[in-house]
Design a binder for this molecule. Structure first.
Ligand code: DTR
Length: 339
């Protein structure tokens, strides 16, 4: 009896040790993933990146470890998509407006749609992407998508009317840039990350974007005026290299898939709150003046944007896409998420 006990307890010890060792190896060597992002660490694309990293590490019980690279240290704004496809980073966050022709379907979010918040834009984009699963993302795994809050004019000179805007050099990109052109501004296209220098050198007199950048890039130091136009959101995507995705264990894939919509929602809410914070910060620290256009006048600004939607329909049709149906669906989603 004594001998049998000894043998079985020895066996238990061996099995226990084996479990400990394998568990130990797993904990010591998690799956390591790199995540590239283009703007500085304090800006919203990177804030959402850190939140995603933390949640994934927590929800996989440390099975995955993510190293983040903000500020274009691994891939910059314009080669994010190709860099991820090539495997230079496992994950990358990209602004679709930097390659407008490449992301024609999802860039429809920048059209004249009357999206009022980043939360509304982000949930609309996520559903729209899932409905059409556009070809442009077929080479990567899409982990989430989101949009900015609506765009407004930040400038070094007051802009109170379309007349004030005529010929003024302002920075934008993609679909939001088309909006500026229709309003008669001199649109200067460049990624957000080039804007601080362009403002400093006087190449532009302001920019067209969501207002959280007044604080995050300290644009309020130069741009003392914000004209509220609430037009055009910028869509973003977070994508993973397909080979990386295919190699992940099913339980890790499930954690990431389950987080996709939640992350869109989290980012939208974060952005909307942060815009308010940024306006208050800019008023208090830099005397920002917020210029409200009278509603009947602003309607005229928005009415001028109709050709943007028609041009998109034309371009999308030329690529063989069911453009009218897509735009109608998109407008439905915008309405669905209005509340
Ligand atoms: N203006 C758009 C989107 C954008 C808004 N805030 C930030 C902060 C950092 C990078 C991009 C953006 C754009 O330039 O893509």
């Amino acid at each position: 009896m004594k001998k049998i006990l000894t043998v079985s307890s020895l066996l238990a010890i061996v099995v226990g040790l084996q479990l400990l060792i394998s568990g130990g190896i797993q904990a010591a060597e998690p799956i390591k993933l790199t995540y590239a992002n283009f703007p500085p660490a304090n800006t919203f694309p990177c804030v959402q990146m850190e939140r995603w990293k933390q949640e994934v590490e927590k929800r996989t019980n440390g099975k995955v470890s993510i190293q983040t690279f903000p500020g274009g240290t691994l891939l910059d704004a314009k080669n994010m998509m190709d860099g991820v496809i090539a495997g230079q980073a496992n994950i990358g966050c990209l602004s679709m407006s930097y390659q407008p022709g490449r992301f024609i379907v999802t860039n429809a979010l920048s059209l004249s749609l009357n999206i009022k918040s980043a939360l509304q834009g982000s949930l609309t984009l996520w559903d729209f992407y899932n409905k059409y699963k556009p070809e442009e993302f077929s080479k990567v795994k899409v982990l989430t998508m989101f949009t900015t809050a609506p765009s407004n004019i930040m400038s070094t000179i007051p802009i109170k009317s379309l007349n004030d805007l005529k010929g003024v050099p302002l920075r934008a990109s993609g679909g939001a840039g088309d909006i500026l052109k229709l309003w008669g501004a001199n649109m200067v296209g460049m990624p957000m990350t080039d804007t601080p220098e362009a403002l400093q050198k006087g190449v532009v007199k302001g920019l067209f974007s969501s207002l959280e950048v007044l604080m995050d890039f300290k644009f309020a130091e130069q741009c003392k005026y914000a004209t509220i136009t609430n037009a055009g959101v910028y869509p973003f995507a977070v994508v993973m290299n397909m080979e990386t995705w295919n190699k992940l264990p099913d339980d890790v894939k499930k954690v990431m898939d389950d987080m996709a919509r939640e992350q869109a929602e989290w980012t939208g809410k974060y952005m909307d709150d942060h815009v308010l914070e940024s306006i208050e910060w800019s008023k208090k620290n830099h005397g920002l003046q917020v210029i409200e256009i009278p509603p009947e006048e602003l309607k005229k600004w928005h009415d001028l944007l109709e050709p943007i939607n028609n041009k998109w329909i034309e371009d999308a049709k030329a690529k063989g896409l069911p453009a009218e149906k897509m735009l109608a669906d998109l407008k439905e989603l915008v309405k669905k998420y209005e509340k």
